[in-house]
Design a protein around this ligand. Structure first.
Ligand code: IPD
Ligand code: CA
Ligand code: CA
Length: 266
């Protein structure tokens, strides 16, 4: 399997999907709630997921697919695509131009290709395993990504997010953010986990943490940050294993232990 060809294939799909989201961004959205009153879905999440799934299956009918909005195809081999058709749905609904599309290809548990596209800024982040991570910008310039060299938490700009059961579950990241706000240069809540992790890869941020993520939120971006020289782990420093309810830290590497210690302290 030529992974560069697969990356180009995924990029073509993601640019097409981005056009659909940009058109939908200025239209009326039909909003429904899912797991909680703050877990939303629109018709555009579903339209984009169907588009991506149909493009993948027309070329790889034997591959498995897992999509946030319910697409689930049991494949015949070892390959699985993991899709978040719209990461940042609540921003999208509110007209805030911070959201992304995420497509990843895995072989068993190993990430092979990850692509994250921000359609409002026309920025496409791509990584192929062992080949580095790259950003293609709105002028079609391509730059190799590298994480920042910031060594200390107090000089670090971080991002985080909050789980959808935060109103009823005490494990809701409030204690953690209180400590990080006092120890870091700043803490953002972008509203798109996939994009926040890509921002660590591109040295815009030094680190990101969040609890109870789903596999599709970060399946692509964790490869992008790892290929940019960053480090990822669960809160207990174990190797990242995708599942539902993941606790993830992604960093430039230098501040990783400081972030894990801070989470422990909280
Ligand atoms: C959400 C976003 C958000 C993060 C949530 C995710 P969705 O994804 O990535 O930033 O805080 O944990 O579920 O629902 O917009 O695809
Ligand atoms: Ca998501
Ligand atoms: Ca989503």
């Amino acid at each position: 399997m030529d992974l560069n060809d697969i990356a180009a294939f995924a990029q073509a799909i993601i640019y097409e999907a981005g056009l659909v989201l940009m058109e939908g961004f200025y239209q009326h959205k039909e909003v429904e709630q899912k797991s909680s009153s703050v877990d939303s879905v629109t018709q555009y999440d579903r339209i984009v997921e169907s588009l991506i799934v149909s493009r993948i299956l027309s070329r790889f009918p034997d591959h498995a697919i897992l999509g946030e909005e319910g697409s689930s195809h049991v494949g015949k081999g070892l390959y699985q695509w993991i899709i978040d058709p719209l990461d940042g749905t609540n921003n999208f609904i509110h007209g805030i131009p911070i959201f992304s599309i995420s497509i990843a290809l895995y072989k068993r548990e190993k990430p092979l290709v990850g692509v994250v596209f921000d359609p409002t800024r026309d920025e496409c982040f791509t990584a192929v395993t062992n080949q580095g991570a790259f950003l293609k910008d709105r002028n079609n310039n391509i730059q190799k990504l590298a994480v920042s060299h910031t060594q200390k938490l107090i000089h670090s700009l971080l991002a985080t997010g909050f789980p959808y059961d935060r109103h009823t579950n005490p494990h809701n990241n409030i204690a953690e953010i209180e400590v990080f706000v006092k120890k870091a240069q700043g803490v953002l809540r972008l509203g798109s986990a996939a994009l926040a992790v890509c921002y660590v890869a591109s040295s815009r941020l030094e680190g990101y943490w969040e609890c109870k993520l789903s596999s599709w939120d970060v399946a692509a971006s964790r490869l992008i940050v790892e290929e940019a020289g960053g480090r990822t782990s669960h809160f207990n420093n174990s190797r990242v294993k995708l599942n539902k309810q993941m606790n993830l830290v992604a960093s430039n590497g230098f501040i990783h232990q400081q972030m894990l210690d801070t989470i422990l302290e909280a």
